[in-house]
Design a protein around this ligand. Structure first.
Ligand code: MCN
Ligand code: CUM
Length: 777
């Protein structure tokens, strides 16, 4: 066996740590102009007139685009990734604060920004709709006159209602709760941006842009601009994080395209931090009512959920089209239940569009939060230890593959083993003893558990698509005469280390060193078609494509090697990274020697035209189902409401780990996300729709001060259907950690009678929860 898997240092870090990365904003083209967007100050208003004359008179301004200008080009509205439309520049109304109204193009960025103030927009204010709970009230302001169904985006259900009602009727205990998963934002350090370069002579558009899905985006640009797809090249260079924010396309990108067409020059647009927080894809905003039914001794019988989803002004959720609530209906989590039923209603409000971003696992974040909060509440009601209640209800290893009550088929798992490991690592019994002692001293320490199952790697093409494009991914593998290889993939790393791990995948299959394999991505002219990186699908889908392509190369190499040995291909075996003659293992040929021979003048066997190159398109038979057991220890000061995360124990199982160091890095990152979401982050609005979280002074990112050094553990349960048994990991910790933090804080506050508090658990919210519970300890 060769061993290309393992904690190989990341190839890409050589340039990143030296500041040698190339991000969109680093690219400067000759004659390039700079765009800036005028945004609406109001959440809801009719546009009476836009007067750009003063801005056009500014000496550095080259052009101003308004909604009317785009309408003439058929570009005032663009498709969203969920099949809705979104205004590129508003023509009729503005529908959220920060919405795009006009685009100024100038010779430098500063002038473009300055000139925004010279544009005069006459707005006629309309009553804003901010609270999603009132969106369907009769008489609520109508946001989308272009749609037939008022403010309703969709109604969607999953599961078996009668069976669930019967399970609840048979239960000894039912616990229910309203909970909010607040609107949050992925806030990648690099904001979104693009440079459009339209070549009128050849009719070609090159667009450098921050894109997690370059091929899918190219299809959208082709549909919108009328430029044929083969004349559009999307280049997504180094990305400074995406976290879901770079899955959709944004009005600014299209303004850059239209401006380049209008001026004949390259046009760059890069948003600033406030624009990013106020207008690009948000996440969550789920208003949930959940209920759990159980027997008196703690056997879970059923789960129910009713959800109101705030989608903002346009439905731009980036998720498979047959699932308007994403994968929320996996909300039975990691437990056996007889029945489950959920209803989700999506509504429009006067807020920025999005909904699916920030390591969302297509809404599994919300689902895991719901079931893990309910499980803790049930334990409290029954007077059971939450670890014991979970252990008793976790799916058993022999139940896999397991088909859940809402239709998911979980591929593999050993849940009790992961939970036991986490409890051991934490020293759980000792922690509970310490907690009791501290409580006796008036100190409030919390221990919070969560157990999560994700479904990642969308998707089987039979029922998963985005904009009608089935979710499979391609890989092209070229093997040069000297045995050096280049792998081209359709997915796009934003910091996850694909240049390293995808090289490891190929190297492992071909007996090469990862240094011998270069990975090309993020350029539609150089890579095969595929749907891109999100939903932790790169390893499950594109990684599988890379492995399949490598195995094809290996099989071609076998035929060539057989010719070189003058043996039958059937007499060869692949051992320790080489083709060997069975029974005579000293007769061995590695891929480099075989590749050279394949390019030489030797007589090749039939079926081999010349070289070893191969390609593959991978259509996953199912999602992969990573899982994990998390324990968060907090200390809460009831006087100030301050929460300190003292310890975080995280046991993750993502099947076979290609690069355990990168996997751990992903978990570190996700735990920081989860701590941020649980304790400090929310995109909030005042009653007229002013966004109150438009800067990092208001929208807080966790730092090393808020995040302890996590204690990580691993179990390995391979996916039975993935070619190397790997499952995705990129979102696991963001999905799994918020309920552990909240469960921990609520556990700390149990003596005050607190049973639930909504995120973010800021000092103020913790203090209010203590006051509201009314039992001052
Ligand atoms: N990996 C591995 N072994 C496994 C699984 C994964 O070695 N069994 C490695 C992969 O090869 C890859 C990394 O871990 O290098 C993450 O793989 P995967 O789980 O397939 O996730 P994706 O590569 O598809 O990344 C997407 C995921 C998502 S959806 C968000 S959101 C997110 C995340 O990754 N955004 C990130 N992690 C991020 N990390 C960084 N640094 N920046 C972002 O924007
Ligand atoms: Cu939903 S955030 Mo990631 O899937 O890019």
């Amino acid at each position: 066996m060769s061993h290309a898997y393992g904690p190989v240092p990341r190839k890409e870090d050589a340039r990143f740590i030296r500041g040698q990365g190339t991000y969109v904003d680093d690219i400067k083209l000759p004659g390039m102009l700079h765009g800036a967007i005028l945004r609406s100050p109001l959440a809801h208003a009719r546009i009476v007139a836009v007067d750009a004359n003063a801005a056009l008179a500014h000496p550095s301004v080259v052009a101003v685009l308004t909604g009317e200008d785009l309408a003439e080009r058929g570009m005032a509205w663009m498709p969203t990734v969920f099949g809705d439309v979104q205004a590129v520049l508003a023509t009729d109304k503005v529908r959220f604060q920060g919405q795009e109204v006009a685009f100024v193009v100038a010779t430098d960025r500063y002038a473009a920004r300055d000139a925004l103030e010279l544009i005069v927009v006459d707005y006629e204010p309309l009553p804003p709709l901010i609270d999603p709970l009132t969106a369907l009230d009769p008489g609520a302001p109508v946001i989308r006159e272009d749609l037939p169904d008022g403010n309703r985006v969709f109604d969607w259900t999953a599961g078996d209602k009668p069976a669930t009602d019967a399970a609840f009727a048979a239960a000894d205990v039912v616990v229910g709760c309203d909970m909010i998963y607040p609107r949050s934002h992925p806030a990648p350090l690099e904001t979104c941006g693009a440079i459009a370069d339209y070549d009128a002579v050849n009719g070609r558009l090159t667009l450098w842009s921050t894109s997690q899905a370059p091929h899918a985006h190219r299809v959208m640009y082709a549909a919108l601009t009328g430029i044929p797809e083969h004349k559009i090249r999307i280049v997504s260079p180094d990305l400074g994080g995406g976290f879901g924010a770079k899955v959709p396309i944004y009005p600014g990108y299209l303004c850059a395209v239209a401006a380049s067409q209008a001026t004949g020059r390259p046009v760059k647009w890069v948003e600033d931090r406030s624009e990013s927080l106020m207008s690009t894809a948000f996440a969550r905003d789920y208003h949930m009512h959940g209920e759990i039914a159980a027997t008196a001794d703690g056997e879970i019988l059923g789960l129910r959920a009713r959800v109101l989803a705030d989608h903002g002004a346009f439905n731009a959720a980036a998720q498979p089209s047959k699932f308007p609530a994403g994968f929320f209906h996996i909300f039975t989590g990691s437990y056996r239940t007889r029945a489950a039923y959920c209803e989700v209603t999506g509504v429009f409000t006067n807020k920025a569009p999005g909904g699916v971003a920030y390591s969302c696992s297509f809404r599994i974040t919300e689902a895991v939060y719901l079931v893990e909060r309910l499980t803790d509440m049930l334990a409290r009601r029954l007077g059971m230890d939450p670890a014991e209640l979970r252990m008793r209800n976790l799916l058993r290893p022999e139940q896999f593959p397991y088909t859940g009550p809402t239709g998911w088929q979980y591929d593999s798992g050993d849940y009790p083993r992961a939970l036991r490991l986490a409890l051991d690592m934490a020293g759980y019994d000792e922690l509970r003893r310490e907690q009791a002692e501290r409580r006796a001293r008036g100190e409030y320490m919390g221990i919070g558990l969560s157990f999560f199952t994700e479904g990642v790697g969308a998707g089987p093409r039979s029922h998963m698509d985005i904009m009608g494009l089935a979710m499979s991914d391609g890989a092209d593998l070229r093997v040069h005469p000297t045995g050096k290889a280049v792998l081209a993939v359709s997915v796009q790393t934003q910091g996850q280390g694909h240049e390293t791990t995808f090289a490891q995948l190929v190297a492992e299959e071909l007996g090469l060193s990862p240094d011998d394999v270069d990975v090309v991505h993020g350029d539609t002219d150089r890579t095969p078609f595929g749907l891109g990186t999100y939903g932790s699908r790169s390893t499950p889908v594109s990684g599988a494509a890379a492995v399949v392509a490598a195995r094809k190369v290996r099989e071609r190499a076998r035929l060539v090697a057989a010719a070189m040995f003058e043996a039958s291909p059937d007499d060869l075996e692949w051992l320790d990274g080489k083709w060997r003659v069975r029974g005579d293992p000293d007769q061995a040929l590695g891929i480099a020697e075989i590749a050279m021979a394949a390019h030489s003048t030797i007589e090749l066997p039939t079926g081999i035209e010349g070289h070893l190159d191969a390609s593959a398109v991978y259509n996953p038979p199912n999602l992969t189902f990573p899982f994990g057991a998390y324990i968060c220890v907090t200390d809460v000061d009831p006087g100030t409401g301050e929460v300190k995360v003292r310890r975080f124990i995280a046991v993750d199982d993502c099947g076979v780990r290609i690069n355990p160091m990168i996997v751990e890095g992903q978990v570190h990152r996700g735990l920081a996300d989860g701590i941020g979401i649980a304790l400090m982050q929310a995109i909030s609005f005042d009653e007229i729709g002013n966004c109150l979280s438009g800067s990092f002074m208001d929208y807080l990112l966790p730092t090393s001060l808020e995040c302890p050094s996590p204690e990580l553990g691993a179990t390995v349960t391979p996916s039975p259907h993935h070619p190397v048994g790997a499952k995705g990991i990129g979102e696991s910790a963001t999905v799994g950690s918020p309920p552990a933090v909240v469960n921990s804080v609520v556990d700390a506050l149990a003596p005050f009678g607190v049973t639930h508090a909504d995120m973010p658990l800021t000092p103020a919210n913790v203090w209010l929860a203590i006051q509201a519970a009314g039992r001052l300890s």
